[in-house]
Design a protein around this ligand. Sequence first.
Ligand SMILES: CC(C)(COP(=O)(O)OP(=O)(O)OC[C@H]1O[C@@H](n2cnc3c(N)ncnc32)[C@H](O)[C@@H]1OP(=O)(O)O)[C@@H](O)C(=O)NCCC(=O)NCCS
Length: 192
Amino acid sequence: MADKNKEKIIVKQIKDIKPLASELKRIYLDAYQEDYLYAYRDPGRVKRYLKWLIKHADGGFFVAFDGEHPVGFIVVEANCRFQGEQVPEIHELVVDPAYQGRGLGKLLMKTALEYLKNKGFKKVALWVGEKNESAQRFYECLGFRVTSRQGAWLRMEKDLQEELSSAKISSKVSKTEKASTTSERSMSSSGV
Ligand SMILES: CC(C)(COP(=O)(O)OP(=O)(O)OC[C@H]1O[C@@H](n2cnc3c(N)ncnc32)[C@H](O)[C@@H]1OP(=O)(O)O)[C@@H](O)C(=O)NCCC(=O)NCCS
C-alpha cells in the first residue's frame, strides 16, 4: 500500500467483477480465517460465488478501493423475499484484515443502505452464522437486530429510516469523491 493513498478510501459501484476477481477472491479468503465455519475455502468455489454475487446484485455491488486496490466489498440484492415480503438482503460484507477496525465496514454498509433507501426500501436484512459473534456485534453496533433463525443462521434486520447507530467512522477514511467513469460510480459516505 502506498503511503500517499493511505488516507483515501473510495467506494465504487461495480458492474463487472472480471478485472477485480482475483483481488476480491484474495480479500474474501483472507477475511474469513481457516477455521471459519460459514465461508467457502476453495478458491474455485469462491470465484463461482463472486460470479453468483455480481449476477444477483443487479447494481448492489460496491467495492472500497485504496488507490487502485480493492480493500473490501459489500453486496446487496434488492429482489429478495422473506415470508411473503420483499426485503433486500446483504449477501456479503468483507474487509481486508489489514484494513479492519478503521471504519471501512461501516462505510461500505452506509453506501449499501443509502443505495437501498434511494430505491425506496424501508428495511434491510442479512443472515449471519450463529457462531460468528464478532460479525453479530458489528451488525448490532450498526442497529441490526436478530429477528429469526434458520438452522445455524440468524436473520438480522434493520429499519432503513434509522441512522447507522454507531459512532463516526475513522478519520482515515475519505468522505467524498467524484465519479470516475459512467459504469463505475464513485460513492462515498456523507456524514460519516
Ligand atoms: C465484520 C467486518 C466487515 C467489520 O469491518 P470493519 O471495517 O473492521 O468494521 P468498522 O471498523 O467499520 O467498525 C464499525 C463499527 O463496528 C464496531 N465493530 C466492528 N467489529 C466489531 C466487533 N467484532 N465487535 C464489536 N464491535 C465491532 C467498531 O468498533 C465500529 O464502531 P464505532 O463506529 O463506534 O467505532 C470485518 O471484521 C470482516 O470483514 N470480517 C470477516 C468477514 C465477516 O465476518 N463478514 C460478515 C459476514 S456475515
